[in-house]
Design a binder for this molecule. Structure first.
Ligand code: SF4
Length: 367
């Protein structure tokens, strides 16, 4: 491994410090950041607004790392799954989902996951490690580089719903979001176009509010007993009552809504009584509910409810004036809850399915 300083590992203050060490004028910091995040450059010698001598000096002591896709899998519906190898040869997955005007990238925040949701493939991997800020933002840069190479359109939305629980890696996620949203030198996404999905780390929701991004809470159950079966670790630390209190006091900006995600599992949480309880739990919160019919994977032990049951569940919520949308099957197995990604030794790769044609099935990542 090179001993050169990787500029991706520095935050903006770190870049300023480096510029000071080189005794360069301060505006150079913004120039460097601009090249890295807006121009997505990885070759220091191509920074044409630096003199040749300065480029050579910087290239002697620094480099710009990038994530390289090990594989890219395309599906007929246009969804793409990128597998990136990290420096330590662990791998993460990033998914790109096209939908009408939108092109959404779904980012991973951990290798594996801290939590153990019973219906999630990532949870079965355990936590291998947290991603660093530059590895989170690096997924966006790498995907956008690939899209530009193929002259595809630009990413429009970002969701942190891939592998991992973002709030269990909060410092790195906060720094990544700063780099994603800075409009002076960063990638420049509006926070409105970024959604962070959590399994319910209630005490950290305020930090999401400070970031100004949208919040999605993966609920999936309407009683503590049920949630402890489906999401044991998170419900032990943050029982339903505590989570719902944190959601009720979440400082929503005007014209924004909270999103609740609810994976529908046959015979577990899909009855009319479940739907009524869900309506009661969320009543009075400015929110919408994304219903995600479970996508089965080998050995999951859960089944997907029939379309009839899914529609009946939605109808109950509708009667209680709760906006509930059924996610299209497009990429649902890789967007479901906050990250049904990953493979286990000996497991089969995830199978992508054709989109549902049923009218009324809406975009999985609508805001
Ligand atoms: S659903 Fe999300 S929080 Fe739960 S185990 Fe999977 S990745 Fe982790």
């Amino acid at each position: 491994m090179s001993s050169a300083l990787d500029l991706m590992t520095l935050d903006s203050a770190g870049i300023v410090e480096l510029i000071e060490k080189l005794s360069w004028p301060h505006y150079r910091a913004e120039q460097l950041l601009h090249w890295i995040y807006q121009r997505r450059l990885t070759d220091i010698t191509a920074m044409t607004d630096l003199s040749k001598a300065d480029r050579a000096r910087l290239a002697e002591c620094a480099c710009i790392s990038s994530l390289m896709p090990d594989s890219i899998r395309n599906t007929e519906d246009g969804t793409q799954k990128f597998v990136f190898a990290l420096e330590d040869r662990k791998s993460i997955e990033t998914v790109v989902i096209p939908d009408a005007e939108r092109l959404t990238v779904c980012l991973s925040t951990q290798v594996g996951c801290t939590l153990d949701c019973a219906f999630c493939l990532t949870g079965r991997m355990g936590l291998l490690r947290n991603l660093k800020a530059h590895e989170i933002v690096g997924q966006v840069l790498a995907v956008q580089r690939e899209l530009s190479r193929l002259r595809h359109r630009r990413l429009t939305n970002v969701v942190l719903m891939g592998m991992g629980e973002p709030l269990a890696n909060i410092e790195a996620v906060e720094e990544a979001i700063r780099r994603l949203t800075d409009t002076t030198w960063g990638i420049g996404f509006s926070p409105r176009r970024i959604t962070l999905s959590t399994a319910g780390l209630a005490t950290r929701l305020a930090r999401v509010a400070n970031l100004g991004v949208n919040l999605a809470v993966s609920l999936n159950a309407t009683t503590d007993a049920q949630r402890s079966r489906l999401m044991p670790a998170v419900n032990r630390a943050y029982p339903l009552d505590m989570l719902m209190k944190a959601c009720r006091t979440f400082p929503l900006k005007p014209r924004r809504r909270l999103t609740f995600e609810y994976v529908l599992l046959e015979g577990e949480n899909d009855t009319e009584r479940d739907a009524v309880r869900l309506a009661m739990l969320t009543k009075g919160i400015r929110c919408k509910i994304n219903l995600i019919p479970f996508n089965e994977f080998p050995g999951s032990g859960f089944r997907r409810p029939s379309d009839h049951v899914v529609l009946r569940f939605q109808a109950v919520l509708d009667r209680h004036d709760i906006a509930a949308y059924i996610r299209k099957s497009k990429g649902r197995e890789i967007l479901g809850a906050c990250g049904q990604l990953g493979t286990l030794p000996g497991s089969l790769p995830l199978q992508l399915e054709r989109p549902a044609t049923r009218a009324g099935f809406l975009n999985p990542v609508s805001s």
